[in-house]
Design a protein around this ligand. Structure first.
Ligand code: CMC
Length: 381
């Protein structure tokens, strides 16, 4: 039977330009390259806020007082440890498994070990958001160590999320500069309108399924190279350039002439430079000087200029985050899980918002198949 409503159907491939819902969380002005979280510009937050303050802001609508921030930070610290069966899943995952696949499975499994998984009260959902955000860094760091034949490191009962994550990954306490750079990356990736993974989480949430299901689905959406998976591909490209003739301009021209996309460029909403990319570009410049690894910055700028000349396409957040993470000593296949770590703040905030005034998200497809066919029994086909 045809799917019918009385309203004139709107057709937008890839849902481009469609307003599916109202949100108070973040706003993107694609023409001027502006991003705000709950009214605060991304530049202001990157300069002044720590990630946990941004989490509070997204979840509650206001920046926290010192007491409120301390409470959130201690709640997050108290939930960092993984249930033993989830750690076993990480131990049993193949060493060469995609870290996003491991994260997706482990997050799904967290639901078995949370007595509140099916409790949809606002307080229980808020507690689940805290648990998810606290445990995702532990999952990523533990899997990375286990796959390298090392023991997973117990989370610290002190320090920021950025500090604890870098410690669990490397087994040594990070310096102030590394902690701050990483924290800024977390701030920059925390929320971004109704992007594909956030939309996925809200679609799942809108059926009144649970928070673990919604975040598991969002991780699946973020994994793709057109979305969060692009940062890993950017680093592959930079390393390829470095391993061959070191000519970034030629590399990009060749790729474009073969009809390939250049990862880390283009955006559905921004028609100018992504403001997050502008902040990260500066960070890459500083890190590459400090660490005497100027080449990553130079290749990146050559790629950026070539993309502007050839296609007039600007970089997005994934372009400069790749070399930032690399210079902070992180493996390229962890870049997308780190994006997920930060975006869990946004996904959970969107779910809390969705459930505060829920309506099932259910668009339509234009049927372009056949009609009026008659069934032929199998022996006559
Ligand atoms: N390299 C070369 N050409 C591009 C690129 C690119 N990175 N991005 C877009 N174009 C071209 C595309 O070929 C098309 O040209 P034409 O009209 O001649 O066919 C035109 O620009 C429009 O592109 P589109 O793919 O139809 O645009 P979209 O809005 O559907 O896609 C996008 C947006 C982000 C998927 C796309 O720009 C892309 O694939 N970029 C590379 C992957 C990437 O960096 N993704 C990260 C996105 S931002 C962070 C995040 O959300 O994770």
């Amino acid at each position: 039977m045809a799917d019918q409503t009385n309203e004139a159907p709107v057709k937008a491939r890839g849902l481009e330009g469609v307003i599916a819902l109202e949100s108070e969380l973040s706003d993107i002005d694609g023409d001027t390259g502006k991003l705000v979280y709950r009214g605060y510009s991304i530049e202001d937050l990157a300069e002044n806020a720590m990630f946990e303050e941004v989490v509070y802001l997204l979840w509650n609508g206001e920046l926290p007082t010192q007491d409120e921030l301390d409470t959130l930070r201690s709640q997050l610290r108290a939930e960092r440890t993984l249930p033993a069966p989830v750690l076993s899943i990480l131990r049993n995952a193949p060493d060469d498994a995609h870290p996003m696949a491991v994260l997706r499975t482990a997050v799904s499994a967290l639901a078995f070990h949370d007595r509140e998984t099916e409790d949809m009260s606002p307080d229980a959902n808020r507690r689940k958001a805290t648990r998810l955000l606290a445990r995702i860094p532990t999952i990523i760091a533990a899997f990375d160590r286990l796959r390298k034949g090392r023991e997973a490191i117990e989370p610290l009962t002190e320090g920021s999320m950025a500090y604890n994550f870098l410690y669990m990954l490397n087994g040594e306490k990070p310096g102030e500069a590394a902690e701050r750079s990483f924290d800024v990356c977390l701030v920059l990736h925390a929320d971004h309108g109704l992007n594909a993974s956030t939309f996925t989480s809200r679609v799942i949430g809108s059926t009144l399924s649970d928070m673990y299901s919604a975040v598991t689905g969002a991780i699946g959406a973020l994994k793709g190279p057109l979305h969060g998976g692009a940062n890993r591909e950017v680093m592959r490209m930079l390393m390829d350039i470095d391993a061959t003739d070191k000519d970034a301009t030629r590399y990009v021209r060749n790729r474009l002439s073969e009809g390939e996309k250049v990862m880390g460029f283009g955006h559905r909403v921004y028609k100018t430079m992504d403001p997050r990319a502008a902040i990260l570009k500066e960070m890459v410049g500083e890190l590459s000087e400090e660490r005497d690894q100027r080449k990553w910055y130079d290749y990146s700028v050559d790629i950026m200029n070539t993309m502007q000349e050839e296609r007039d396409i600007d970089p997005n957040v994934d372009f400069f985050s790749a070399s930032t993470y690399y210079m902070l000593g992180l493996d390229p296949d962890l870049f997308t899980p780190i994006f997920a770590l930060s975006r869990t703040a946004g996904w959970t905030a969107h779910l809390l918002e969705q459930w505060s005034d829920n309506r099932l998200i259910r668009p339509r497809a234009e049927y372009v198949g056949e009609h009026d066919k008659t069934f032929t029994p199998v022996e006559k086909r």
